[in-house]
Design a protein around this ligand. Structure first.
Ligand code: IMP
Length: 196
C-alpha cells in the first residue's frame, strides 16, 4: 500500500518511517510533487490534521495521513496547544518558541505539560480516520540536548529517566512519544484493513 505522509518536517518522517509495517510504501510530499505549504488554519489539532490530509487528497489524489501536534502547558491553561508552531511569531522558529516558553514559565512552580498528536488518515475511498497519542512531562528550566526538533530540548517525559527528548535516541523517543503512540493506532488499523 502506498501512503503519503503529509508533512514537510523531515524529522517527523524519520521518526515515523521505522514505525510503519513494511507493507506500507511511505511517500514524502516531495515524492508526490507537492512543494507548497499545506494549509493548517483550524483551531484544533484534529481540524488541522484533517485539513492537511484532505488537501493532499484533493490536489494529488493520493492516500495519505497527516499529523498535528500541540504542547499543552498546564500553567498556561493549555497554551501554546494548537498554536505551538507559531507561538513566538509567524517565522515558526523553534529556538524562538523555546525561548518564549521558558520566559513565560520563569519562576512558575507548576511546569507540567502534555504533548498531544492527532493523526488523520485519508483512505483511497475518501474515508477519514483519526488516531491520537499523548505523553506527559515537565518543561525544564533550560535547554538540554541537541537531537530531535521543536520543543524536544525542554520536554522531559515523566516516564523517562530525567533526560529531555533531545537527549534521547530516535528509538528511545519513539518508545514513549505522543507521535509514536498516535502512529501505533494508525498501524493497528492499517494491519486490520490489509488483512481484510
Ligand atoms: P506541527 O504538528 O508540525 O504543527 O507541530 C507544532 C509545533 O510543535 C511545532 O513547533 C513543532 O516543532 C512542535 N513539535 C511537533 N512535534 C514535536 C515533537 O515531537 N517534539 C518537539 N516539538 C514538536
Amino acid at each position: 500500500m502506498r501512503l503519503c505522509f503529509a508533512s514537510n518536517n523531515a524529522h517527523k518522517l524519520d521518526e515515523i518511517r521505522p514505525l510503519l509495517p513494511t507493507s506500507v510504501e511511505l511517500l514524502s510530499l516531495a515524492d508526490i510533487g507537492c512543494e507548497e505549504e499545506l494549509p493548517e488554519t483550524q483551531d484544533t489539532l484534529e481540524g488541522n490534521a484533517r485539513q492537511k490530509a484532505q488537501y493532499v487528497w484533493d490536489h494529488y489524489g493520493v492516500a495519505c495521513f497527516a499529523d498535528d501536534t500541540g504542547l499543552e502547558v498546564t500553567a498556561l491553561n493549555g497554551a501554546p496547544g494548537v498554536y505551538s508552531a507559531r507561538y513566538a511569531g509567524p517565522q515558526r522558529l523553534a529556538s524562538d518558541n523555546v525561548a518564549k516558553l521558558l520566559r513565560e514559565l520563569a519562576g512558575h512552580p507548576d511546569r507540567s505539560a502534555n504533548f498531544r498528536t492527532v493523526v488523520a488518515l485519508m483512505l483511497p475511498d475518501g474515508e477519514v480516520h483519526e488516531f491520537a497519542g499523548a505523553v506527559a512531562g515537565l518543561i525544564t528550566e533550560e535547554v538540554h540536548g541537541t537531537d530531535g526538533f521543536g520543543y524536544d530540548p525542554i520536554f522531559q517525559p515523566t516516564e523517562g529517566d530525567g533526560r529531555t527528548f533531545a537527549q534521547m535516541s530516535l528509538e528511545e523517543k519513539n518508545a514513549i512519544s505522543h507521535r509514536a503512540r498516535a502512529v501505533a493506532g494508525l498501524v493497528r488499523y492499517l494491519d486490520e484493513i490489509v488483512k481484510e
